[in-house]
Design a protein around this ligand. Structure first.
Ligand SMILES: N[C@@H](CCC(=O)NCCCC(=O)O)C(=O)O
Length: 264
């Protein structure tokens, strides 16, 4: 049986009548199909529709996606965003309980860009709202150009914690990463460990070593180049290994009661 991998959606209005939709980029779906070997399950961006308890019980892994929307500042005691900054309360209401539940129950969790920020907030941390306005920081924001290879291309180095989970995965302590974000981790949540930093000190990756399952967050986007980039691919492959380990640990003992699917 293929594992079921939840992918967080954003609430976006589109179509000729600008109706609300639940959406996730194809890149995540492809990574789940091609590297994780799972069935992608798109999680609606609204907590009451997605029912975290049901999903936590049935999913085998969870991927939190990036998004141009920002986490609602009230969730981390931050000052409200200026008017016009895109938030997605519907998404926050789905992801916050899912993150806490996944970390508590050992559901493998791979969090990308906004996803990493959500993990930090869900576990009690806070965010910087515009890194580029902080003294000495780089501009980490999305290059606003038509060329996808420029937008998604490597933008700066990330130094990986020697001996850390990510350095072990990558087989090195320095990798080049893409960069498409304005916000970033300010106060690190209890239980999280920094796995990588940018040259300006921005936190680029986190893990939760004491959690019962795999927890990895990256501020960059391995889903853009997993077909060409060995480290990006390995991130998804390690997530897949954790998913399979968890399935094996939860499997019923051989000879135990089987589910009776016979028709009456
Ligand atoms: N909005 C947050 C998170 C940034 C993020 O996830 N970027 C991905 C963008 C993908 C796209 O362009 O659709 C921030 O600005 O930090």
């Amino acid at each position: 049986m293929k594992p079921l991998i939840g992918i967080s959606c954003c609430r976006k209005d589109f179509g000729i009548f600008n109706m609300p939709n639940h959406a996730a980029s194809d890149t995540y779906v492809r990574a789940v199909c091609e590297v994780v070997g799972g069935v992608p399950i798109l999680m609606p961006a609204c907590g009451d529709a997605s029912d975290p308890a049901v999903l936590l019980d049935r999913l085998d892994g969870l991927i939190l996606t990036g998004s141009r929307s920002n986490v609602e500042p009230a969730l981390y005691g931050g000052t409200p965003h200026p008017p016009g900054v895109w938030e997605d309360h519907a998404r926050d209401s789905a992801t916050m309980p899912m993150i806490r539940g996944a970390v508590r129950t050992g559901l493998p969790l791979l969090a990308i860009c906004r996803g990493l920020q959500e993990v930090n907030v869900a576990l009690g941390g806070s965010l910087h709202q515009r890194i580029q306005d902080l003294p000495g920081r780089l501009d980490h924001s999305t290059p606003i150009v038509q060329s996808a290879s420029v937008r998604h291309g490597k933008a700066h180095w990330a130094d990986l914690r020697p001996g850390g989970a990510l350095a072990e995965m990558a087989g090195t302590t320095r990798i080049a990463v893409n960069s498409l974000h304005n916000q970033g981790i300010d106060r690190l949540a209890p239980g999280l460990v920094v796995e990588a930093t940018a040259p300006d000190g921005t936190i680029e990756a986190i893990s939760a070593p004491d959690a019962p399952g795999f927890v990895l967050g990256v501020q960059w986007h391995p889903e853009y180049d997993f077909r060409e980039d060995a480290v990006s691919r390995r991130i998804f492959a390690r997530f897949a290994e954790a998913v399979r380990r968890r399935i094996a640990a939860r499997a019923p003992v051989a000879g135990g009661p089987a589910l009776d699917c016979a028709a009456d």
